[in-house]
Design a protein around this ligand. Structure first.
Ligand code: HEM
Length: 95
C-alpha cells in the first residue's frame, strides 16, 4: 500500500540533477488528437514514436547501469500494428 506522499512523487518529475532526462509518463488516451508527441513535441506522428522505441539506443538512457529498456525487434508490419493499437486508444469523436 502506497502512502499519499509516495503517490504524489509520481505525479511529476522534480527538478534536480538526479532527474535529468526524466519525464512524466503521459496518458495514451486520445493520442490521435494530441500530436506532436513527447515533452518537446519532437515526434510528429505515432509512427515516429514507435520507430523511436523500436530503434532506441540503450546507452542514451540515464539508468545508472541498470538495463531498464532495450530496442524492440519490430519489423515494418509489427510497427504498423502497434500504431493501429495506439490509435485505437482514442475516442472516435471528442465531446
Ligand atoms: C511499446 C512500448 C511503448 C509504447 C508503444 C509507448 C508509447 C508512447 C507514446 C505514444 C508516447 C507519447 C505520448 C505523448 O507525447 O502524448 C510515449 C511517451 C512516454 N513514454 Fe512510452 N511507450 C512505450 C514504452 C514505455 C516504457 C517502457 C516507458 C518507461 C519505462 C515509457 C515511458 C514514457 C515516458 C516517460 C514518456 C514521455 C516522454 C517525453 O515526454 O518526452 N514508455 N510513450
Amino acid at each position: 500500500m502506497c502512502t499519499e506522499g509516495e503517490i504524489r512523487k509520481t505525479l511529476s518529475v522534480t527538478l534536480g540533477q538526479i532527474n535529468f532526462g526524466q519525464w512524466r509518463t503521459p496518458s495514451l488516451r486520445n493520442l490521435k488528437y494530441t500530436a506532436p508527441y513527447m515533452h518537446d513535441g519532437s515526434l510528429a506522428t505515432l509512427r515516429e514514436v514507435v520507430d523511436a522505441y523500436a530503434d532506441i539506443d540503450p546507452e542514451r538512457i540515464h539508468n545508472d547501469g541498470e538495463a531498464i529498456i532495450r530496442p524492440l525487434s519490430l519489423d515494418d508490419r509489427a510497427r504498423e500494428d502497434l500504431v493501429a493499437f495506439l490509435q485505437s486508444l482514442s475516442a472516435t469523436t471528442l465531446p
